[in-house]
Write a protein that binds this ligand. Structure first.
Ligand SMILES: N#Cc1c(-c2ccc3ccn(Cc4ccc(CN5CCCC5)cc4)c3c2)n[nH]c1N
Length: 239
């Protein structure tokens, strides 16, 4: 997979070359290109924004600059991903879909966002997704790209040391995962649940499933309602 990011703050994307993602790059599992949008400006001020038509707060990013940048950065077959507060929710399901792509290009907006015609024009040549990472307001798209990139790259074959954990992720079965524990057995008078030290794998599996159901019911009850028909068995209904 190759990820390209267009931004006015290239340094913000340095974490793409660190830790898990950096190791994926070093191992040839991932290519990363970060591009400064201002490289496509031609005025002395390197302006990328202008006042919004119709008035309103803040500035909007100019279409000409973005158009020239995306024309050059987007390879044939790329999917363009544009983080925006008005986007559709970025989910684990979308992370899996993106992990199957050869080329992802991220357009990081700032100010009040990017002129909508940039998205409309790009959609003439490639799939374009406007996505949001959550119901809160950021200052630009860069933090969202880091979140999305990490969620996607960890799913690539060979990236995670323990690939099973990607399948046992939260949300992989529609539930939040339950609590985890490691040594010591007692820490500050808090003991590890006995069942986890029982050696009875069936009991451990049942306990973990119950914990996941209880946690999901408490923190994200709407996920229970969204489970596919037949996801819960008789033992689950006992929780
Ligand atoms: N993913 C994601 C995001 C973002 C995000 C993503 C990309 C950009 C580019 C610019 N901004 C700043 C901004 C902030 C608020 C508004 C709304 N307007 C304000 C007054 C009238 C409406 C427009 C832009 C961005 C924010 N925020 N939250 C998420 N989950």
């Amino acid at each position: 997979m190759r990820i390209d990011v267009v931004t006015i703050f290239p340094d913000y994307l340095e974490p793409l070359r660190a830790a898990l993602l950096g190791r994926a790059v070093d191992r040839g599992l991932l290519e990363v290109g970060v591009h400064d949008l201002r490289d496509w400006t031609h005025d002395v001020h390197r302006a990328v924004d202008d006042a919004p038509y119709g008035g309103g707060p803040g500035m909007v990013m100019k279409p000409q600059i973005w158009g020239a940048a995306l024309d050059e950065v987007c390879p044939a077959g790329a999917r363009l991903v544009v983080p925006t507060p008005a986007g559709r929710p970025f989910t684990q399901e979308l992370a899996h879909a993106y992990a199957a792509e050869e080329n992802l290009v991220f357009a990081c907006g700032r100010y009040e966002g990017i002129d909508q015609r940039v998205i409309e024009d790009a959609a003439r040549r490639m799939p374009v997704d406007e996505v949001s990472i959550g119901d809160y307001v950021l200052v630009g798209g860069e933090a969202a790209v880091l979140v999305i990139a990490e969620a996607v790259v960890r799913l690539l074959p060979g990236v995670l040391g323990n690939p099973v954990s990607a399948e046992q992720d939260s949300f992989s079965d529609g539930l939040l995962e339950g609590p985890s524990y490691t040594r010591p057995e007692v820490w500050r008078d808090l003991a590890v649940p006995d069942v986890l030290r029982s050696g009875n794998h069936a009991l451990v599996e049942r306990w973990r499933r119950d914990q996941a159901l209880e946690r999901t019911a408490r923190r994200r009850p709407e996920l229970l309602g969204a489970l596919p028909e037949g996801s819960l068995d008789a033992a689950d209904h006992a929780v």
